[in-house]
Design a protein around this ligand. Structure first.
Ligand code: SF4
Length: 263
Protein backbone atom coordinates (compact mmCIF):
# COMPACT_ATOMS: atom_id res chain seq x y z
CA UNK A 1 0.00 0.00 0.00
CA UNK A 2 1.21 3.55 -0.70
CA UNK A 3 -0.34 7.01 -0.50
CA UNK A 4 -0.66 9.43 -3.41
CA UNK A 5 -2.52 12.76 -3.15
CA UNK A 6 -3.96 11.60 0.19
CA UNK A 7 -5.41 8.43 -1.36
CA UNK A 8 -4.41 4.98 -0.06
CA UNK A 9 -3.58 2.86 -3.10
CA UNK A 10 -3.38 -0.93 -2.79
CA UNK A 11 -2.46 -3.30 -5.60
CA UNK A 12 -4.58 -6.42 -5.33
CA UNK A 13 -5.17 -9.70 -7.16
CA UNK A 14 -8.89 -10.01 -7.87
CA UNK A 15 -10.79 -13.30 -7.97
CA UNK A 16 -13.09 -12.27 -10.83
CA UNK A 17 -13.67 -9.23 -13.03
CA UNK A 18 -17.00 -9.69 -14.84
CA UNK A 19 -19.78 -9.16 -12.31
CA UNK A 20 -23.13 -10.64 -13.43
CA UNK A 21 -25.98 -8.08 -13.40
CA UNK A 22 -28.97 -10.01 -12.12
CA UNK A 23 -30.60 -7.27 -10.04
CA UNK A 24 -30.61 -3.49 -9.92
CA UNK A 25 -30.74 -0.71 -12.48
CA UNK A 26 -28.31 -2.30 -14.95
CA UNK A 27 -29.82 -5.79 -14.99
CA UNK A 28 -32.22 -5.24 -17.87
CA UNK A 29 -29.71 -3.82 -20.30
CA UNK A 30 -26.43 -5.49 -19.27
CA UNK A 31 -25.06 -8.96 -18.55
CA UNK A 32 -21.92 -7.84 -16.70
CA UNK A 33 -20.27 -4.84 -15.12
CA UNK A 34 -16.49 -4.45 -15.24
CA UNK A 35 -14.57 -2.50 -12.60
CA UNK A 36 -10.76 -2.55 -12.94
CA UNK A 37 -10.47 -0.48 -9.77
CA UNK A 38 -12.35 -0.61 -6.47
CA UNK A 39 -12.78 2.75 -4.75
CA UNK A 40 -12.55 6.01 -6.66
CA UNK A 41 -10.25 9.03 -6.50
CA UNK A 42 -13.00 11.35 -7.75
CA UNK A 43 -14.61 11.22 -4.31
CA UNK A 44 -18.10 12.38 -5.31
CA UNK A 45 -19.85 13.12 -2.04
CA UNK A 46 -23.13 11.52 -3.15
CA UNK A 47 -21.59 8.35 -4.58
CA UNK A 48 -23.82 5.31 -4.09
CA UNK A 49 -21.01 2.76 -4.25
CA UNK A 50 -20.12 2.78 -0.50
CA UNK A 51 -23.59 1.48 0.28
CA UNK A 52 -22.51 -1.93 -1.06
CA UNK A 53 -20.84 -4.13 1.57
CA UNK A 54 -17.98 -5.01 -0.82
CA UNK A 55 -17.10 -1.30 -1.11
CA UNK A 56 -17.10 -0.46 2.59
CA UNK A 57 -13.79 0.55 4.07
CA UNK A 58 -12.71 2.08 7.36
CA UNK A 59 -11.25 4.94 5.30
CA UNK A 60 -13.61 7.62 3.89
CA UNK A 61 -14.98 7.08 0.37
CA UNK A 62 -12.65 8.75 -2.12
CA UNK A 63 -9.56 8.16 0.08
CA UNK A 64 -8.79 4.60 -1.01
CA UNK A 65 -8.42 2.71 -4.26
CA UNK A 66 -7.65 -0.92 -4.94
CA UNK A 67 -6.00 -1.60 -8.27
CA UNK A 68 -7.01 -4.99 -9.67
CA UNK A 69 -3.65 -5.80 -11.19
CA UNK A 70 -4.83 -8.99 -12.89
CA UNK A 71 -8.01 -7.52 -14.47
CA UNK A 72 -6.87 -8.06 -18.11
CA UNK A 73 -5.75 -11.62 -17.35
CA UNK A 74 -9.12 -12.33 -15.74
CA UNK A 75 -10.93 -11.10 -18.87
CA UNK A 76 -8.80 -13.50 -20.90
CA UNK A 77 -9.65 -16.32 -18.50
CA UNK A 78 -13.38 -15.46 -18.63
CA UNK A 79 -13.38 -14.74 -22.40
CA UNK A 80 -16.17 -17.25 -23.10
CA UNK A 81 -18.46 -14.91 -21.12
CA UNK A 82 -17.44 -11.85 -23.13
CA UNK A 83 -18.43 -12.98 -26.62
CA UNK A 84 -21.85 -11.54 -27.51
CA UNK A 85 -22.40 -10.11 -24.01
CA UNK A 86 -23.46 -6.65 -22.86
CA UNK A 87 -20.91 -5.02 -20.58
CA UNK A 88 -21.06 -1.84 -18.47
CA UNK A 89 -17.54 -0.47 -17.82
CA UNK A 90 -17.64 0.76 -14.97
CA UNK A 91 -20.48 0.77 -12.44
CA UNK A 92 -18.60 1.13 -9.13
CA UNK A 93 -15.56 3.22 -9.97
CA UNK A 94 -14.43 5.64 -12.65
CA UNK A 95 -12.27 3.64 -15.09
CA UNK A 96 -10.44 6.84 -16.06
CA UNK A 97 -9.56 8.22 -12.65
CA UNK A 98 -6.03 9.62 -12.39
CA UNK A 99 -4.41 6.30 -11.38
CA UNK A 100 -5.21 5.04 -14.88
CA UNK A 101 -2.31 7.21 -16.09
CA UNK A 102 0.03 5.04 -14.06
CA UNK A 103 -1.58 1.60 -14.41
CA UNK A 104 -3.18 1.72 -17.89
CA UNK A 105 -5.52 -0.95 -16.60
CA UNK A 106 -8.68 0.18 -18.38
CA UNK A 107 -6.66 0.31 -21.57
CA UNK A 108 -5.39 -3.23 -21.03
CA UNK A 109 -8.97 -4.41 -20.36
CA UNK A 110 -10.16 -2.76 -23.59
CA UNK A 111 -7.40 -4.53 -25.46
CA UNK A 112 -8.69 -7.88 -24.19
CA UNK A 113 -12.37 -7.07 -24.78
CA UNK A 114 -11.61 -6.14 -28.39
CA UNK A 115 -10.35 -9.68 -28.97
CA UNK A 116 -13.49 -11.35 -27.58
CA UNK A 117 -16.15 -9.11 -29.13
CA UNK A 118 -18.89 -8.11 -26.71
CA UNK A 119 -22.21 -7.29 -28.44
CA UNK A 120 -22.53 -4.08 -26.44
CA UNK A 121 -19.96 -2.13 -24.47
CA UNK A 122 -20.88 0.99 -22.51
CA UNK A 123 -18.07 3.05 -21.02
CA UNK A 124 -19.08 5.47 -18.28
CA UNK A 125 -16.80 8.23 -17.03
CA UNK A 126 -16.35 11.81 -15.89
CA UNK A 127 -12.85 11.92 -17.27
CA UNK A 128 -11.16 13.16 -20.43
CA UNK A 129 -8.43 10.55 -19.80
CA UNK A 130 -10.56 8.14 -21.82
CA UNK A 131 -9.33 10.03 -24.90
CA UNK A 132 -5.93 8.35 -24.56
CA UNK A 133 -7.69 5.13 -25.62
CA UNK A 134 -9.53 6.49 -28.66
CA UNK A 135 -7.56 4.15 -30.93
CA UNK A 136 -8.99 1.12 -29.09
CA UNK A 137 -12.48 2.56 -28.62
CA UNK A 138 -12.88 3.03 -32.36
CA UNK A 139 -12.29 -0.71 -32.81
CA UNK A 140 -15.61 -1.55 -31.13
CA UNK A 141 -17.62 0.29 -33.80
CA UNK A 142 -21.35 0.52 -33.18
CA UNK A 143 -21.15 -1.89 -30.21
CA UNK A 144 -19.65 0.95 -28.15
CA UNK A 145 -21.21 3.96 -26.51
CA UNK A 146 -19.57 6.32 -24.03
CA UNK A 147 -21.60 7.99 -21.32
CA UNK A 148 -20.20 11.26 -19.99
CA UNK A 149 -21.46 12.26 -16.57
CA UNK A 150 -22.60 15.89 -16.36
CA UNK A 151 -24.44 16.80 -13.20
CA UNK A 152 -24.79 20.60 -13.24
CA UNK A 153 -24.20 23.67 -15.39
CA UNK A 154 -22.43 25.38 -12.48
CA UNK A 155 -18.73 24.65 -11.95
CA UNK A 156 -18.84 25.87 -8.34
CA UNK A 157 -21.55 23.32 -7.57
CA UNK A 158 -19.58 20.57 -9.28
CA UNK A 159 -16.47 21.44 -7.24
CA UNK A 160 -18.47 21.22 -4.03
CA UNK A 161 -20.11 17.87 -4.73
CA UNK A 162 -17.45 16.22 -6.93
CA UNK A 163 -14.28 17.81 -5.52
CA UNK A 164 -11.71 15.82 -7.45
CA UNK A 165 -13.50 15.03 -10.70
CA UNK A 166 -12.62 16.87 -13.92
CA UNK A 167 -14.16 20.30 -14.53
CA UNK A 168 -17.34 20.75 -16.55
CA UNK A 169 -15.37 22.39 -19.39
CA UNK A 170 -13.18 19.26 -19.68
CA UNK A 171 -16.26 17.04 -19.84
CA UNK A 172 -17.84 19.17 -22.57
CA UNK A 173 -14.55 19.06 -24.43
CA UNK A 174 -14.58 15.29 -23.98
CA UNK A 175 -18.03 15.02 -25.57
CA UNK A 176 -16.77 17.12 -28.45
CA UNK A 177 -13.68 14.97 -29.02
CA UNK A 178 -15.63 11.70 -28.79
CA UNK A 179 -18.23 12.90 -31.27
CA UNK A 180 -15.55 14.19 -33.64
CA UNK A 181 -14.03 10.70 -33.54
CA UNK A 182 -17.38 9.15 -34.50
CA UNK A 183 -17.96 7.47 -31.10
CA UNK A 184 -21.59 7.02 -29.95
CA UNK A 185 -22.13 9.19 -26.89
CA UNK A 186 -24.80 9.88 -24.32
CA UNK A 187 -25.00 12.10 -21.28
CA UNK A 188 -25.56 10.87 -17.78
CA UNK A 189 -27.26 13.49 -15.61
CA UNK A 190 -27.14 11.41 -12.50
CA UNK A 191 -27.62 12.59 -9.92
CA UNK A 192 -28.84 15.98 -10.99
CA UNK A 193 -27.17 18.51 -8.69
CA UNK A 194 -28.41 22.07 -8.18
CA UNK A 195 -28.64 23.53 -11.69
CA UNK A 196 -30.53 25.82 -14.00
CA UNK A 197 -32.34 23.61 -16.55
CA UNK A 198 -32.22 26.14 -19.41
CA UNK A 199 -28.56 26.95 -18.86
CA UNK A 200 -27.62 23.27 -18.54
CA UNK A 201 -29.33 22.29 -21.78
CA UNK A 202 -27.82 25.35 -23.48
CA UNK A 203 -24.32 24.19 -22.48
CA UNK A 204 -25.08 20.69 -23.75
CA UNK A 205 -26.70 22.01 -26.90
CA UNK A 206 -23.70 21.69 -29.29
CA UNK A 207 -23.59 17.95 -28.61
CA UNK A 208 -27.25 16.99 -28.54
CA UNK A 209 -27.64 16.48 -32.29
CA UNK A 210 -24.88 13.89 -32.10
CA UNK A 211 -26.64 11.64 -29.56
CA UNK A 212 -30.03 10.05 -29.12
CA UNK A 213 -30.36 9.28 -25.42
CA UNK A 214 -29.65 10.49 -21.92
CA UNK A 215 -29.67 8.97 -18.49
CA UNK A 216 -31.16 10.97 -15.63
CA UNK A 217 -31.55 10.26 -11.95
CA UNK A 218 -32.07 12.08 -8.69
CA UNK A 219 -29.88 12.14 -5.58
CA UNK A 220 -30.27 9.00 -3.43
CA UNK A 221 -28.76 7.38 -0.34
CA UNK A 222 -28.15 10.25 2.10
CA UNK A 223 -26.94 7.60 4.57
CA UNK A 224 -23.63 7.19 2.68
CA UNK A 225 -23.24 10.83 1.61
CA UNK A 226 -19.80 12.05 2.70
CA UNK A 227 -20.86 15.72 2.83
CA UNK A 228 -24.29 15.87 4.46
CA UNK A 229 -23.68 19.57 5.08
CA UNK A 230 -24.14 20.15 1.33
CA UNK A 231 -27.58 18.55 1.46
CA UNK A 232 -28.36 21.08 4.19
CA UNK A 233 -26.84 24.00 2.28
CA UNK A 234 -28.95 23.17 -0.80
CA UNK A 235 -31.97 22.02 1.15
CA UNK A 236 -34.30 24.26 -0.89
CA UNK A 237 -33.14 22.85 -4.20
CA UNK A 238 -33.46 19.25 -2.99
CA UNK A 239 -36.87 19.81 -1.38
CA UNK A 240 -39.08 17.15 -2.97
CA UNK A 241 -41.43 19.27 -5.03
CA UNK A 242 -38.78 21.73 -6.18
CA UNK A 243 -36.34 18.97 -7.09
CA UNK A 244 -39.02 17.10 -9.05
CA UNK A 245 -39.89 20.27 -10.96
CA UNK A 246 -36.24 20.89 -11.91
CA UNK A 247 -35.79 17.29 -13.01
CA UNK A 248 -39.01 17.38 -15.03
CA UNK A 249 -38.06 20.66 -16.70
CA UNK A 250 -34.58 19.45 -17.67
CA UNK A 251 -36.02 16.18 -18.96
CA UNK A 252 -38.63 18.03 -21.05
CA UNK A 253 -35.99 20.30 -22.59
CA UNK A 254 -33.85 17.31 -23.60
CA UNK A 255 -36.81 15.36 -24.98
CA UNK A 256 -37.79 18.46 -26.97
CA UNK A 257 -34.33 18.21 -28.56
CA UNK A 258 -35.16 14.70 -29.78
CA UNK A 259 -33.42 12.64 -27.07
CA UNK A 260 -34.89 9.60 -25.32
CA UNK A 261 -34.70 9.27 -21.54
CA UNK A 262 -33.16 6.36 -19.60
CA UNK A 263 -33.08 3.78 -22.39
S1 SF4 B 1 -16.86 9.06 -10.33
FE1 SF4 B 1 -18.55 7.59 -10.02
S2 SF4 B 1 -17.65 5.93 -8.80
FE2 SF4 B 1 -16.28 7.69 -8.66
S3 SF4 B 1 -16.88 8.73 -6.79
FE3 SF4 B 1 -17.97 9.70 -8.51
S4 SF4 B 1 -19.95 8.64 -8.61
FE4 SF4 B 1 -18.57 7.36 -7.37
Amino acid sequence: MYIVNMVQVTEVIAKSILTPQKFGSLAEAYDFSLNPYAGCQFACSYCYVPKFPASRNEVTWGSWVQVKMNAPQLIRKERALVFGSRIFFSSATDPYQYLELKYQLSRACLNELLLYKPAKLTMHTRSHLILKDLDLLKGFGSALSVGVSITSDDEEIIRKFEPKAPALARRLELLNELQKAGINTFISLAPLLPHNPESLVEKLSPFLNGMNKFWMDRMHWPEVNTKPELLQEFEEFFADQHYERQIKRTKELLIARGLKANP
